[in-house]
Design a protein around this ligand. Structure first.
Ligand SMILES: O=C(O)C(=O)C[C@]1(C(=O)O)C=C[C@@H](O)C=C1
Length: 363
């Protein structure tokens, strides 16, 4: 036996030992989670098992403690899955998302809740809201804004008619690929299917590489991927999940025009989330259409030095002359300076609703 093989054997023995230790530690952690479930149930028979603020703290702590060689995001992803499995022991979490299967929203749901969550595709954003409101699922995941294409108006509008709360957010880097089935004649692609937003995000690449192909908009990227399965002259623009689900081949990868193309998704539910330490609050405010309205609304945030992270205006559907503002800002509603701002805004607004305070997305 050469020296290298002795080393390899030794290293593998060491890895076996470490794996046994990790196995025992994960099992011990899982038993703790089971005990946590008993404590929660003893305190309240309608106990809420999923705790977004605690999960954010666990992941942030792991990232801060990590010394490498794995990078902190990679390490947090591993712990994300351990926690997901532990939570499934307490109660399997059911999550509705904007489907069909294979969409970026499903990818976002799994990124946030981990692979042990049960994810259920819904046909429309309002259906996700309805399922959560009715208690048929614990949480929902809906897209809210894309770094290239802007806000998803439909999601914001649905909040106006709903009592749903925001419990979290997750940001996903969006990579689009040009995909074909194994029967596609790659030199003969004359039609490309995708969601209109994806076409918009890949416009320059398509103009340069497929200027003459017909661009056919469909309801989702996953639907596009499904369609090319049966057409030898078609391609689809979709993400990795859809490619995997329908067994498609990649003609070109990462064809999005903007290299940091990302989409933010909201986790919606029926619970108020306690402070995690690094939080965000989302509110919707209806203002009367008077001169200086926007200034009056924003001035308290400036005075209390609260960071606004997003401001969207939507027409109100109740009064012709009213505007509705969706505002996201850093901080939790239980922090005194945030509570003070909310009180002042309340006095100036026709209506104010706090959609939720929740941990800033960790992964
Ligand atoms: O701390 C809790 O409340 C737990 O239930 C434990 C745990 C974990 O595995 O760390 C599991 C699920 C919760 O969402 C948060 C954390």
């Amino acid at each position: 036996m050469s020296d290298t093989s002795i080393n390899l054997d030794e290293l593998r023995q060491r890895i076996d030992q470490l794996d046994s230790d990790i196995l025992n530690l994960i099992s011990e952690r899982a038993s703790c989670a089971q005990q946590v479930a008993h404590v929660k149930l003893a305190e309240d028979k309608d106990a809420v098992f999923y705790r977004p603020e605690r999960e954010a703290q666990v992941l942030r702590r792991i990232m801060a403690l990590n010394k490498g060689p794995l990078d902190s995001e990679e390490m947090a992803r591993l712990f994300r899955e351990i926690m997901s499995a532990c939570l499934a022991l307490e109660q399997p979490v059911k999550v509705a998302y904007l489907g069909p299967e294979g969409t970026f929203t499903q990818q976002a749901a799994l990124k946030h809740f981990g692979e042990s969550a049960v994810s259920l595709p819904m046909a429309a954003i309002d259906e996700v809201f309805r399922e959560v409101e009715a208690g048929a699922v614990h949480y929902g995941v809906v897209p809210v804004e894309n770094s290239t294409e802007g806000v998803v108006n439909h999601t914001l509008d649905t909040f106006m008619d709903s009592s749903i709360k925001i419990c979290g957010e997750v940001v996903l880097r969006i990579h689009h690929h040009l995909l074909v089935s194994e029967t596609t004649r790659r030199d003969k692609v004359s039609r490309i299917y995708s969601h209109p937003q994806s076409f918009a995000q890949c416009r320059k690449w398509l103009d340069a590489h497929f200027p003459h192909a017909e661009r056919v908009p469909v309801s989702s990227n996953a639907e596009a991927a499904k369609l090319v399965k049966t057409e030898w002259h078609s391609a689809a623009i979709a993400g990795d999940m859809a490619a995997k689900l329908y067994g498609l081949d990649y003609i070109a990868e990462k064809i999005e025009d903007s290299p940091d193309n990302s989409t933010r998704f909201l986790i919606i539910g029926n619970q108020d989330v306690p402070m995690a330490g690094e939080d965000k609050t989302s509110i919707v405010v209806a203002m009367r259409n008077q001169p200086g309205t926007l200034h009056a609304l924003l001035e308290p945030f400036h005075r209390h030095q609260i960071d606004l992270t997003r401001l969207e205006t939507r027409p109100s559907r109740t009064g012709v002359w009213n505007y509705v503002f969706f505002i996201d800002f850093k901080g939790h509603r239980d922090e005194p300076k945030v509570a003070a701002v909310l009180e002042e805004v309340q006095l100036r607004a026709a209506e104010l609703r706090v959609l939720g305070s929740y941990p800033i997305g960790v992964l």
